[in-house]
Design a protein around this ligand. Structure first.
Ligand SMILES: NC(=O)c1ccc[n+]([C@@H]2O[C@H](COP(=O)([O-])OP(=O)(O)OC[C@H]3O[C@@H](n4cnc5c(N)ncnc54)[C@H](O)[C@@H]3O)[C@@H](O)[C@H]2O)c1
Length: 304
């Protein structure tokens, strides 16, 4: 399969290209960005770096070169700044995403799969689906970092071994994420989390975002996101049927409509054709309802 990366000179576009390139699961990665010189430098550097470990080629692309790409990753965005939450990027990034949609619509294969990481992710997943007119199974938003951080916080608080933990976040990539405490397992068995531990886990995840923002590094989580995006791309390229939380357009799933949000999805070479219907507690369902209303309101605010 071939991957096109729009925003390929930026942190997330380039780290993802490198991480997935190292896995040797793609024929070619085509990088596209407005910053021509930085892009050229990444292509020159990465195409040599991958030679000892991978057959994946890395090339520089324009839109017309994306016609044979099976997967398109969009990480293009306005530069990072200090924000209270990711939704502050909405209006600015709408101006970035809308023209990209027009160009992709003109050049891409009809069965291409789009992955969007641009924040706010859930809103833009819906925007891409609406503007591109592609099947909803092929328009995917990147939100799995929340699940990774939930597992990290459980490890920090309980001292359990990360590799034996399983847990999941659904809902919004942002404050409206819903951590599914009733589905946490350790070594394949349900794991009890006390109220005290739960409070500490909530604090650890909230403090993580605050601390990151206070650094004002103008940097996103390029390493974490590069690794997790590479997981999604590898699952598609290898048709693995792996279950990964992903933002998708809801059309009646669990009673939600006119909104996109994170749900566990089964990844294949067709995209995400199946969602897993996780059981929610009354509290989880109430949280998810609130999140759906919030994302719907953001979509209304941009006339979607
Ligand atoms: N969903 C997540 O979990 C997650 C995680 C990390 C970052 N992000 C988001 O991903 C986005 C990218 O982050 P980053 O760290 O790579 O930012 P960055 O500033 O390093 O890179 C963005 C790149 O997009 C390019 N660009 C802007 N407009 C373009 C256009 N019209 N066409 C082509 N290229 C264009 C810029 O030149 C730049 O190279 C941000 O919106 C960030 O918030 C999401």
């Amino acid at each position: 399969m071939k991957l096109g990366v729009i925003g390929g000179a930026g942190l997330l576009g380039s780290t993802t290209a490198f991480c997935v390139g190292m896995r040797d699961v793609l024929e070619e990665i085509k990088l596209l960005d407005l910053k021509e010189n930085v892009l050229e430098a990444h292509v020159m550097d990465m195409s040599q770096a991958l030679l000892p470990v991978s057959k994946t080629k890395v090339t520089k692309a324009d839109y017309e070169d994306l016609g044979d790409c099976d997967i398109i990753l969009v990480t293009a965005s306005l530069p990072e700044r200090q924000v209270a939450n990711r939704n502050e990027y909405l209006t600015g990034n709408l101006g970035v995403v809308t023209p990209i949609c027009e160009k992709l619509k003109a050049v891409c294969k009809k069965d291409a799969i789009l992955i969007s990481a641009t924040n706010p992710v859930d809103v833009f997943t819906y925007v891409y689906w609406k503007l591109l007119g592609w099947d909803k199974s092929k328009v995917l938003g990147f939100c799995v970092n929340d699940t990774l951080r939930f597992k990290w916080a459980i490890e920090e608080v309980t001292g359990k071994e990360f590799s034996k933990l399983d847990a999941m976040c659904i809902g919004e990539h942002g404050d409206g994420q819903v951590r599914l405490y009733n589905h946490v397992t350790y070594d394949g068995k349900p794991m009890e989390i006390s109220q005290e531990e739960r409070t500490a886990i909530e604090e650890a995840t909230a403090n993580w975002f605050r601390t990151w923002q206070q650094l004002d590094s103008k940097r996103t989580t390029g390493w974490t996101s590069g690794v997790m995006l590479a997981d999604m791309i590898e699952a598609i390229a290898t048709d693995s049927k792996a279950v990964i939380p992903v933002s998708v357009v809801m059309d009646g799933f669990k009673g939600y409509d006119h909104v996109a949000m994170g749900m566990p999805g089964v990844f294949s070479k067709e995209g995400v054709t199946k969602l897993i219907d996780v059981e929610l507690t009354d509290e989880g369902k109430a949280q998810l309802d609130k999140t759906a209303c919030k994302i719907e309101d953001m979509l209304k605010s941009i006339d979607m």
